[in-house]
Design a protein. Structure first.
Lengths: 602, 238
């Protein structure tokens, strides 16, 4: 610095000051991941009309943001803060405080030309379809609350009484309706979801008056994606055989099934386990335990065991239907029972002690040509009582004309196979079971539900059939202890692996890494495994669009005063530069000349 | 952003060359031909460089250039070699025009820099400054173009010394080293941009470094030019 001429030193100082000044300003650019609402098309085979569902637009041009609260203030409404499942809420009052329909259009106009930012629960109070018309808002950004993603399950389990539990279930139902609305209608504006943690420093939803931390502009560079339909569905089979009978024929077989795919109204968020996939870990652990037993000639059972993982469960159990139509006839004829594992969650050994426990439900069908031995469900019920779990038996008559499959066992029942479903859900159409935004597990808490108890229960039930044990209740001795105790770690690792993959069926390929990993897991236990992929051709084809994830760029818009200040600063820079290049004396002379000329003119 | 920012950027882009033009033409005769030759030389040189780059430069995988540019050594080497065409362009412009030495050097360097500013920065700044998001990059580019003017003046001086010295200058080894610095430093700046990170804050640090390098090049080239002029005057006297 000493060796530079004086002029250069001053110019350098100017640049340094400029740099210091700008280093104090906040970084303007931030890029965050966002997840697009489903976009599907279905062509009616009779009319040829195309039914479009979800959001058809993908990109959001650079636009200002407006939060739900800003516009609510504008309407001089005072809606409650978004309903927190932990708070005591009166559902009836909530409906009264919904924005009246007449004012909904006014409310929608408030968002014109901007990106509307809504917390998820605020959709209970406002009909989002009024924003869907083109030319209204530029896009809708729905913020998924933090609660959904971390301790959600524990939140819904840790209720003090039945009333609180019912109110939470009502909220889940309402959210289910919102989700149905989002995928049943066509929205011409892009709709994206974002996690609250990503935007909590920008938008505050904790208070009635959201603190505006500066004006924000959003831009989402989304791509409409490619059209995809379910071309094929894959099933993974793991075969654990016993010895053949004296005539060289196959002994009876027990089939245990679970599903690895899931659904979400935002396909990029299809990685949860609540809708049924938490049974995958249980099934794999059961296969490990029984492989261990069968490897010992003294404990080899009298049944073959076939462990099956199917996809396409959210498409009316497409995978299971294809599997059953393609399975070896000899194996099919030897099937004595099919045990379908649905969602088995909520149970946590730590929670069981202090909280209300959800019942398990055993579903089976009746009224047809095949009837399951009633002793089977009763046996399961009695075993579950020994583990402190109450199992309710639910029977349903199958309507042959109704193509809708409520639970997986119905498919086997229609093929004249005895089957039961074990599930945490009483009804097939419960929100989380269908696949919901609520079905999200945070990567921080993948061990929310160790399934040791349920795994032991199912293993004991199977062992009674396999080993034909007759034990009285007072003399219950569990096989699955010590060396044969189910390992929570195996189940948790399988859950962790499932959480990493997006398991939306239409987007799954036949050589999907998830299936290869599951196959390797079975093979590591020593099971004979294979993956079968079957082509699908449906009468009513539904196309889904990819491009479900995008990047949101959020930036602060500088105020007019700031830009004016920059303008003045640039003039100062030019003046200083002119002064140094022209020389001190010449510049002063010119200024004097200019002043004199002006005086003369005046 | 409002028009204030646009005017600020345009002022920095065009007023600085205007100041240089005004100061220089006070002491020199007002000849426009060097400026004209400078403009033509720049356009032809740039066109040739673009054709060569399009032919020899390999395809890049990068999508957005501004904050996520990656440094590719092969492309950098090709860019350096192709950029050496500037020597030919500048030399031909200086050779073509007539008049006093300083008038020619001023005219060519001013024209070259001003044309580059108009073609490279003007339209980008016009569109970018009117976008809703505020971005310092346009101001940084404007200041960068001022530094380019300084660099161009230094470059023209070096070319003059090499041409008129007819390679008999005892310092010619050093001069060639300094000349190569003109082509290598832009690629070094690109590499440092990638290494220093994508935070805009480093744009300002890089600008300071660019100015320091350009100023050093200017001082050195001015030194060579003055020593050459002195040598020439001594020969005339003798």
């Amino acid at each position: 610095m000493k060796y530079l001429p004086r002029r250069s030193r001053l110019i350098l100082c100017f640049f340094v000051l400029n740099f210091v000044f700008n280093s104090l300003t906040v970084k303007s650019l931030e890029t965050l991941p966002v997840y697009r609402l489903l976009h599907s098309e279905q062509v009616s085979s009779s009319t040829g009309k195309t039914f479009i569902r979800g959001t058809t637009s993908a990109s959001v041009p650079s636009s200002q943001t407006k939060t739900y609260f800003e516009c609510a203030e504008y309407l001089k409404q005072s809606p409650k803060t978004p309903t927190d499942p932990n708070q005591d809420t009166n559902i009836e009052n909530e409906t009264e405080e919904e924005i009246p329909h007449s004012e909904q259009e006014e409310f929608a106009k408030c968002f014109k030309g901007t990106v509307a930012v809504f917390p998820l629960f605020s959709l209970l109070e406002f009909d989002i379809s009024t924003l869907s018309e083109g030319g209204s808002c530029k896009g809708i950004l729905i913020v998924l609350p933090r609660d959904l993603l971390t301790t959600k399950t524990k939140e819904f389990v840790t209720f003090q009484n039945e009333e609180e539990r019912e109110s939470k279930e009502e909220i889940i139902k309402k959210l289910g309706k919102i989700e149905s609305l989002l995928i049943e209608k066509e929205f011409r504006v892009p709709i994206y979801f974002i996690n609250e943690d990503e935007v909590s420093h920008l938008f505050s939803f904790d208070s009635l008056h959201s603190d505006k931390q500066g004006n924000y502009n959003l831009k989402i560079a989304g791509k409409p994606g490619n059209k995809k339909k379910i071309k094929q569905v894959s099933s993974l089979e793991a075969w654990l055989p016993t010895d053949l009978d004296e005539e060289g024929k196959l002994k009876p077989t027990i089939v245990i099934t679970a599903n690895y795919d899931t659904f979400s109204i935002s396909p990029a968020l299809s990685s949860g386990l609540e809708s049924g996939n938490n049974a995958v870990g249980v099934l794999i652990e059961l296969s490990r335990l029984f492989t261990k037993l069968y490897n010992n000639p003294q404990t080899k059972g009298q049944y073959n065991l076939l462990f099956v993982l199917n996809g396409g469960s959210k498409q009316n159990y497409l995978g299971t239907k294809k599997w059953i139509s393609s399975v070896d006839r000899k194996v099919l004829e030897s099937v004595e029972l099919v045990l379908c594992l649905d969602s088995l969650s909520i149970y946590d050994d730590d929670l069981v002690k202090n909280q209300l426990i959800d019942d398990l439900f055993l579903h089976y069908s009746n009224g047809g040509k095949i009837e399951i031995d009633k002793a089977v469900p009763i046996e399961f019920q009695s075993i579950s009582k020994m583990f402190g779990i109450n199992t309710q038996i639910v029977t349903k008559k199958i309507m042959k004309n109704n193509p809708l499959i409520s639970f997986e066992h119905e498919i086997f029942y229609r093929k004249k196979l005895k089957a039961i479903t074990i599930s945490n859900f009483k009804s097939y159409n419960q929100t989380i079971r269908k696949g919901s935004l609520l079905d999200l597990q945070s990567g921080d808490n993948p061990t929310a539900r160790p399934m040791k108890t349920v795994t032991t229960l199912i293993a004991e039930f199977l062992s009674k059939m396999i080993y034909k044990q007759q034990q009285q209740q007072s003399q219950f001795i569990s096989i699955f202890e010590n060396n044969y105790e189910p390992n929570n770690l195996v189940i948790q690792n399988i859950n962790k692996m499932l959480l990493k993959y997006n398991r939306f069926s239409p987007f799954l390929e036949k050589d999907e890494q998830l299936l290869l990993n599951l196959e390797n897991t079975f093979k590591s236990f020593g099971l004979d495994t294979k993956i079968e992929s079957k082509k699908i051709s449906l009468k009513k084809e539904t196309f889904y669009y990819t491009g479900t994830q995008a990047k949101l760029t959020i930036f602060k818009v500088k105020s007019l005063l700031f830009e004016f200040f920059v303008f003045i600063l640039s003039l100062v820079y030019l003046a200083v530069l002119y002064y140094f290049l022209n020389g001190k004396e010449k510049t002063i002379q010119e200024i004097k000349q200019l002043i004199n000329n002006r005086k003369k003119n005046n | 952003m409002s028009f204030f920012y646009l005017f600020a950027v345009l002022a920095v882009l065009f007023v600085v060359p205007f100041i240089y033009f005004r100061i220089s033409t006070k002491t020199q005769s007002k000849k426009k031909t060097p400026i004209l030759y400078g403009v033509v030389a720049y356009l032809l040189t740039t066109l040739s460089k673009m054709i060569l780059m399009a032919t020899f430069l390999p395809d890049s995988d990068q999508e957005e250039a501004d904050f996520t540019a990656q440094f590719e050594p092969v492309s950098a080497l090709i860019t350096i070699v192709v950029s050496s065409l500037d020597v030919l362009g500048c030399f031909l412009a200086l050779r073509a025009c007539s008049g006093h030495t300083e008038v020619k050097i001023f005219g060519v360097s001013f024209a070259w820099s001003a044309t580059e500013t108009i073609l490279s920065f003007f339209l980008v700044s016009w569109i970018g400054c009117l976008k809703p998001e505020f971005n310092w990059i346009y101001m940084q580019n404007a200041l960068g173009s001022n530094i380019n003017l300084l660099r161009q003046i230094a470059f023209t001086h070096i070319i003059w010394v090499l041409w008129k010295g007819k390679f008999q200058n005892p310092d010619k080894g050093n001069i060639f080293i300094w000349l190569s610095a003109f082509f290598i430093t832009p690629e070094l700046f690109k590499l440092s941009e990638v290494l220093l990170g994508k935070y805009f804050i480093f744009g300002w640090v890089l600008l300071v470094i660019k100015f320091a390098v350009a100023y050093q090049l200017y001082i050195t080239s001015k030194k060579y030019f003055q020593s050459f002029e002195q040598l020439k005057n001594n020969k005339k006297k003798n």
